[in-house]
Design a protein around this ligand. Structure first.
Ligand SMILES: [Zn+2]
Length: 215
């Protein structure tokens, strides 16, 4: 099972991906993590990554794809993978399809979690976070104590600078721009299932499960 999971910032994609990794027994392939691991391994490919990464340059697609092929051919990803942060463009999607085809695989399902922008704005602008332990609260749904002290660890609760409506709108536009080409690519193959990301976590997980099981 090779899967792509899409979700706008604030849609809980990370949490859902973690649940799926456990349930399906397949790894999540984050290109950033993969490149760092390869670099740390000291392999020739890793050294080539280092040349770009130490200069803060974007690693070229060919190198990322070489690594992707290596990892997808490994035992760890033999049963499939959930891709994270890749592909981002139609050419990357085509290249990934070609690698998977060599292994007799394909992207089986693209699950796009959709959340109304106003719902995300409500979630994010109401969010308060503990500076010490990261515990999150919401002004209305899970209010922090009135003294602003974290119930879990006694740390200071604050609002992150990124948790504003303006930042949410900017991130959403970036997300739409970044994902539209890849969604179009897989829409043409009929493997995209869009699900409603509004609701309790287990409900959304159930919708994702149904989307994966659907043909
Ligand atoms: Zn805390």
């Amino acid at each position: 099972m090779d899967l792509l999971l899409f979700g706008p910032p604030g849609a809980g994609k990370g949490t859902q991906a973690k649940l799926l990794i456990e349930e399906l027994g397949i790894p999540q392939l984050s290109t950033g993590d993969m490149m760092r691991a390869e670099r740390a391994s000291g392999s020739d490919l890793g050294k080539r990554f280092a040349e770009y990464m130490t200069q803060g340059l974007l690693v070229p697609d060919e190198l990322v794809l070489e690594l992707m092929e290596k990892v997808l051919s490994s035992d760890a990803a033999a049963k499939g993978a959930i891709f994270d942060g890749f592909p981002r463009t139609a050419p990357q999607a085509e290249a990934l399809d070609a690698i998977l085809a060599k292994l007799g695989r394909k992207i089986d399902r693209v699950v796009a979690i959709e959340v109304d922008l106003n719902v995300i704005i409500d979630r994010v602008t109401g969010r308060r976070v503990c500076k010490s332990c990261g515990q999150t609260y919401h002004l209305r749904y899970d209010p922090p104590p009135s003294d602003g002290v974290c119930t879990a660890c006694g740390g200071e609760i604050y609002q992150r600078a990124d948790d504003t409506e303006e930042k949410v709108r900017t991130r959403d536009s970036e997300y739409q721009a970044k994902t539209s080409a890849v969604l179009e690519h897989y829409d043409a193959k009929g493997v995209v299932v869009r699900i409603d990301g509004v609701g309790e976590l287990p409900e959304v997980t159930d919708r994702i499960r149904a989307a994966i099981a659907s043909k």
